[in-house]
Design a protein around this ligand. Structure first.
Ligand code: S3P
Length: 263
């Protein structure tokens, strides 16, 4: 028993050292992000992160622990990114754009790169109603859905946790939503051609507004009706047709690094 107590005391001391070192490390991370912003350097630098992980592993002499140490180092790097994002973004990052423009997958990628929380508004509404978007439209009507969407946006903007938010394609239709998006976030508009949207969605039955009338012409018409609303609210726009998700996400992160603090 005495021996166990001694070992526990040793572990407690090591944990204390780790906590103190991590605190120091996070403080340095915050200085780094300030510096990167000043020098307009990329916020996300995967090559450098891999280098760091490999170097840390090279310090480990007992092979038995390499896997665990690598895993912890990965987590430390991710948490440092989280600390940096919290410092950098005092606003939400809203991803907007027409149905099928890639909002969900690109928002996930951006959130992952910045180690930020993600909210997918349509999925959240589906969970809350315990129904698919398609069923909500069909059984309760578009008006009900728009009310839910507005209430959820309101809730998100009131939260202290800043998130990357993948919005529904029609979020910009309500003036009150436009006001909230502008006031509480940095808005990214994903663009795609009607032809591209058509090929992405033609086999998808989950878009109630296109379900019974899916054609390039219909998509083009709806897009034209909404374009000015997307444009009015956007801080940055990017084409998603023919681009890889990783490259688009990197471009967005690059833009976010250049955003002025007063935005
Ligand atoms: C809508 C887009 C959908 C969903 C609902 C209404 C719209 O979201 O919110 O079907 O009006 O454009 P996605 O853009 O994610 O498909």
């Amino acid at each position: 028993m005495e021996k166990l107590e001694k070992l526990r005391t040793e572990i407690d001391k090591l944990d204390k050292d780790i906590a103190v070192l991590l605190e120091k490390r996070f403080k340095v991370s915050m200085h780094i992000i300030k510096q990167k912003k000043e020098e307009k350097l990329p916020l996300f630098h995967p090559e450098r992160e891999n280098e760091v992980i490999n170097r840390v592993c090279s310090y480990v002499s007992d092979e038995r622990f390499i896997e665990e140490i690598k895993c912890i180092q990965n987590l430390i790097i991710r948490m440092s990114r989280q600390v940096q994002s919290k410092y950098m973004f005092q606003k939400h990052i809203f991803i907007t754009g027409f149905m099928g423009s890639g909002k969900t997958s690109i928002a996930k990628k951006v959130a992952d790169m910045l180690a930020m929380n993600i909210v997918e508004m349509d999925s959240e509404i589906e969970q809350r109603c315990n129904q698919s978007i398609s069923d909500i439209f069909h059984m309760k009507g578009e008006g009900f859905f728009r009310e839910m969407e507005h209430a959820l946006l309101n809730e998100i903007t009131e939260s202290d946790v800043k998130s990357v938010v993948s919005t529904g394609g029609g979020i910009v239709l309500k003036e009150s939503n436009v006001h909230l998006l502008k006031k509480h976030g940095i808005v990214i508009w994903l663009k795609a051609t009607p032809k591209d949207i058509f090929s992405r969605l033609s086999n998808d039955a989950q878009r109630p507004l296109l379900k019974d009338n899916m054609s390039i012409e219909r998509i083009e018409k709806m897009m034209n009706e909404r374009d000015s609303a997307y444009r009015q609210v956007a801080d940055f726009s990017i084409q998603t047709s023919h681009e890889k998700i990783d490259d688009i996400a990197l471009e967005i992160v690059k833009f976010l690094g250049s955003v002025q603090d007063d935005k």
